[in-house]
Design a protein around this ligand. Sequence first.
Ligand code: DNO
Length: 358
Amino acid sequence: MKMTFRWFGEGNDPISLQDIKQIPGMKGIVTSLHHTTVGEVWKYDEIIAVKNNVEKHGLDLDVIESVNIHEDIKLGVPSRDMYIDNYIKTLEQLSRAGIKTVCYNFMPVFDWTRSDLAKKLQDGSTALSYDEKAVLKMNPVNMFENIAGDKDIPELPGWEVSRLKDKLKPLFEQYSDIDNEKLWKNLEYFLKAVIPAAEKLDVKMAIHPDDPPWNIFGLPRIITGFDNLNRMMKLVDNPYNGITLCTGSLGANPQNDLPAAIRHFGKMGRIHFAHVRNVKHTGERVFHEAPHITSEGSIDIYEVIKAFSDISYAGPIRPDHGRMIWGETGRPGYGLYDRALGSTYLNGLWEGITKTKC
Ligand code: DNO
């Protein structure tokens, strides 16, 4: 496996590439053109400028997370064809720049959803948390304000709050007609158009599981577990139609057997990217994000890395959300310190497991 770190770009992330390079064992960067608007075609010059900057710091630009999907594609309205064309054009530019893995998700309206972005844990650190009862009490139209509370929190990745702000109400109305099966149809339409192009361009598509992996606010969510991941892969049975194996998102549902999923999809050659983090379940659909180490959460991270080692996973992996520790402030889930600790722990597990294998 190749250790990578998510970075939000120059001027958009308080963490520098140099900070990231100083994390022992860190090899690559996962980023996006965060200033672009969903649906537009990315410019080659802008992609290459980011790539050069990353490489200048001794790191590789391994994955784009994410090239987001326009809501019209998820809704299946006629303008989707134009947005799908644009999507393919963006993949062409990425391929031309030598970037060969793209992470994306197919969640309607909201990306990852939490009830609190800074839940105080016993040791004084703060973590992202989810409590279904609290979420259900929220008005989704004011979702961001609800979870940010009085905290001065920058925009969340994937949320595009400013773009969506005035559109949430009409969007919810449009989605009132879309149930899980219709969303499947719209995903199929997208994949049938995009995967053959991705194959030609040698760009691996890695869908990210829904977080949390169940419907919220009456919006459908379909990338939720083993059977649905299998169904997604069968829609277009092509190795370029793969997944981001995210232990935190899938692991929010204790029914999801992560090591089994890693072995199964890994043997099929469909895991193109991995996010590894721990969550602590404290009730039914109640959890908070925990330090990566197995003893602190509900997911056995040793077993997760063992499964990756069993499939000889050689792709990019990154620590995922960290807590805020040691007084750090910044993007919820994306501070430097706890993610750096997470990455060295994951590398340590990998070294231990692979060296003791005969
Ligand atoms: C949250 C991330 C997600 C992820 C997207 C992929 O921290 O895991 O925002 O990047 O769902 O498209």
